[in-house]
Design a protein around this ligand. Structure first.
Ligand SMILES: Nc1ncnc2c1ncn2[C@@H]1O[C@H](COP(=O)(O)OP(=O)(O)O)[C@@H](O)[C@H]1O
Ligand SMILES: [Mg+2]
Length: 251
């Protein structure tokens, strides 16, 4: 499988604090990559840098490179809006916009210039179907999205991410606020989505990483300690620190 995202000697500081230290990683496309590690080790920072969300924080300094489809994402010629359309994000806490279910999904496509009602209807339906929530909401598309349960809201947020036809979906602990049934729905959904999309997911749940990911990256104190096939990382880690973490000795 070919790498869709490639970080080379990547370093990031928040002021004086270095949050990422010389990260080198190539993420294969159309697969699920899990990012694991104790709190504060740089997982969210790494995720956010991939679509340049850290641009919004003035104290951030970055050294090194990230290539997306072979293109340096820090190049002046890069259009950040189109980068963020290609690389979408789903957060820990479901964050639907306070508007109708329909408008949540149509929001991104509208911003990108799609106007026709028929075209929007189609995008809304397909996105909700792809996010495995269509059947639950098809009769209440005009109702406020905030009336949905937490698990439904998270699938709605996934549908919203899918509506602009991304290539990569970043998920930062997307199930940590959800009950077990909603969690397993999101896990099943992720497994289905990886046929078409590259998924990078931060998780604190080791079983979840084992259940759904193809590859796992273990971060510790800003360093990428180990990256490889999930079954290898969990059955035969090369680094003692990885072993300590996955067996629950810290973090
Ligand atoms: N906006 C910020 N300003 C300053 N420091 C930050 C900011 N965001 C994260 N950090 C620091 O960077 C380090 C990595 O944080 P983070 O990427 O959120 O870790 P994780 O997601 O693994 O818990 C931590 O030391 C954290 O305190
Ligand atoms: Mg985090």
């Amino acid at each position: 499988m070919k790498g869709i995202i490639n970080a080379k000697n990547l370093n990031l500081w928040y002021g004086e604090t270095q949050a990422l230290k010389n990260i080198n990683i190539e993420i294969p496309e159309k697969s699920i990559t899990a990012l694991i590690g104790p709190s504060g080790c740089g997982k969210s920072t790494f995720l956010k840098i991939l679509n340049r969300m850290n641009d919004l924080i003035p104290i951030v300094k970055i050294k090194g490179d990230i290539y997306y489809n072979g293109k340096d994402i820090f190049e002046k010629s890069i259009d950040v809006n189109s980068l963020r359309r290609d690389i979408g994000m789903v957060f820990q806490k479901p964050n639907p916009f306070p508007m109708s279910i329909y408008d949540n999904i149509a929001y991104g496509p509208r911003i990108h210039g799609i106007k026709g009602k028929q075209r929007l209807d189609e995008i809304v339906e397909n996105s909700l179907k792809d996010a495995a929530i269509w059947d639950e909401v098809k009769d209440r598309l005009k109702k406020n999205a905030l009336g949905l349960s937490g698990g439904q809201q998270q699938r709605l947020c996934i549908a919203r991410a899918l509506a602009v036809k991304p290539k990569v979906i970043l998920m930062d602990e997307p199930t940590s606020a959800l009950d077990p049934i909603s969690t397993s729905k999101i896990e099943e959904l992720s497994l289905k989505l990886k046929d078409k999309y590259t998924i990078i997911i931060v998780t604190h749940n080791m079983q979840q990483a084992v259940r759904i990911s193809d590859n796992t990256a273990f971060f510790l104190l800003g360093e990428l300690i180990e990256f490889g096939k999930t079954e290898e990382i969990f059955s035969n880690p090369l680094d003692k620190r990885t072993e300590n973490y996955i067996t629950g000795r810290f973090g």
